[in-house]
Write a protein of this length. Structure first.
Length: 319
C-alpha cells in the first residue's frame, strides 16, 4: 500500500475465514468446492466474479493495486454480511451455488428473518464462519494475500493436455469471448475482442491458430502463477495447497483427508452424497489423455508440441 499523504481506496479486512478454490477454468474447482462446502461448519459454495475481475483489471494495468484490493475487500464484506441476513442467496435449484445444493438450505431461509444492522457484524465475529469461494486464476497476482487475513487457498491443477483440449472444445480460442454470457475479462484490440490472457502479446495472439492460441494462453497463466508464488513470503506460500484433479477423481478420500486436516473440519453424511453425485472415485483417464495428446500433435507445430510436453513434465512433478 502507498505510504504517503495522498488518499487511496481503502476497506477493512475480512471477518469470516475465506477458503479460496483457485485454478484455471476447467480444472475441477466446482467439484472441490462442493466437497469443501459439505464439511461441518462450512458455508455454502460461493462465486465472486467481482473479486476475480478486480485481479484481472489490475493485472492488465487498467486499475491500480490499491483499487483492486479495495474492490476485493468490499465485495467480500458485502457477501459475508448478505449471507448472514439471507440477502442475494441463490434459490435456483440446478445451480451449484444454490442453497438447495447445500446440506442445510433452511439455514439461509432462517437468515431471512435476521434484522439488518451493525449487530450482524457482532454475530459474524462470534460465529467465525468459513466461506468457500471460487476464484479463477487467483495466483495471477499477490492481491488476494494482501487483501485478506485468515485465508486458505486450494489451487486446482489438471493435466495440461486435458485442460487445453477442454478449452478447445469450449471454443476458448476466439468465439467464446464475443458471448453476452462471457465471465472473464475481455479486451478490445484492433477492433477484435480478446481475453485478458492475451494481454501483452495481443498481435501474436491474433496470428496463432486456435490450438496454439490456447497453449500460449495456458503457458502465460503458468508463468504468471510462478512469478506470483516467488513474490509471496513463506507465510503466504504455506497457505496454498495443490490438488490434482486426477487425484481427486481416483482417490477422493485421500484428498478429503487433506481438506479435513487443513481446514480442521470433518466430513458429514452430505459429503458422501456429494461423492456419489460426482461419481467419485472415477476410473483412470491415462488412455484418454494419450488420445488427446496425439490429436493435438497433428494440429500444432513441433515447437508447440515440445512446449506441451514440457508442461506435462512439470505437472507430473507437482505435489
Amino acid at each position: 500500500m502507498k505510504k504517503n499523504s495522498k488518499t487511496y481506496p481503502y476497506a477493512i479486512k475480512n471477518i469470516s475465514k475465506i477458503v479460496i478454490v483457485s485454478g484455471n477454468t476447467r480444472s475441477g474447482k466446482a467439484i472441490a468446492l462442493k466437497i469443501i462446502a459439505s464439511l461441518s461448519g462450512v458455508e455454502k459454495v460461493n462465486v465472486s466474479h467481482s473479486i476475480e475481475t478486480a485481479n484481472f483489471l489490475n493485472f492488465t494495468k487498467n486499475i491500480s493495486k490499491e483499487t483492486a484490493i479495495y474492490l476485493q475487500r468490499r465485495t467480500f464484506s458485502k457477501l459475508d454480511y448478505n449471507l448472514r441476513i439471507g440477502r442475494e442467496v441463490n434459490l435456483r435449484k440446478p445451480d451449484f451455488t444454490s442453497i438447495y445444493k447445500y446440506r442445510d438450505p433452511k439455514r439461509y431461509l432462517r437468515n431471512l428473518n435476521t434484522k439488518e444492522g451493525d449487530h450482524v457484524i457482532k454475530i459474524l465475529k462470534k460465529e467465525k464462519n468459513v466461506i468457500p469461494l471460487m476464484i479463477h486464476n487467483g495466483l495471477l497476482t499477490t492481491n488476494l494475500f494482501e487483501a485478506f487475513d485468515n485465508l486458505v487457498m486450494f489451487e486446482m491443477i489438471r493435466n495440461p493436455v486435458s485442460t487445453i483440449f477442454s478449452w478447445i472444445k469450449k471454443k476458448y480460442d476466439n468465439k467464446f469471448y464475443y458471448s453476452y454470457r462471457v465471465g472473464c475479462l475481455t479486451l478490445k484490440y484492433k477492433n477484435k475482442i480478446i481475453p485478458y490472457y492475451a494481454y501483452g502479446w495481443e498481435a501474436k495472439y491474433l496470428k496463432l491458430n486456435k490450438y496454439e492460441k490456447i497453449i500460449e494462453m495456458f503457458l502465460m497463466l503458468e508463468k504468471q502463477k510462478n512469478k506470483t508464488i516467488k513474490k509471496l513470503n513463506k507465510i503466504n506460500r504455506n497457505k496454498i495447497f495443490y490438488i490434482k484433479l486426477e487425484d481427486l477423481h481416483a482417490e477422493p478420500n485421500i484428498i478429503l483427508k487433506k481438506l479435513e486436516k487443513v481446514l480442521k473440519k470433518k466430513r458429514t453424511n452430505y459429503t458422501d452424497k456429494i461423492l456419489k453425485q460426482e461419481s467419485l472415485p472415477r476410473s483412470s483417464t491415462l488412455i484418454d489423455i494419450q488420445k488427446k495428446r496425439n490429436i493435438l500433435k497433428k494440429k500444432i507445430s513441433s515447437g508447440y508440441f515440445k512446449k506441451l510436453l514440457l508442461l506435462e513434465s512439470k505437472y507430473s512433478k507437482t505435489r
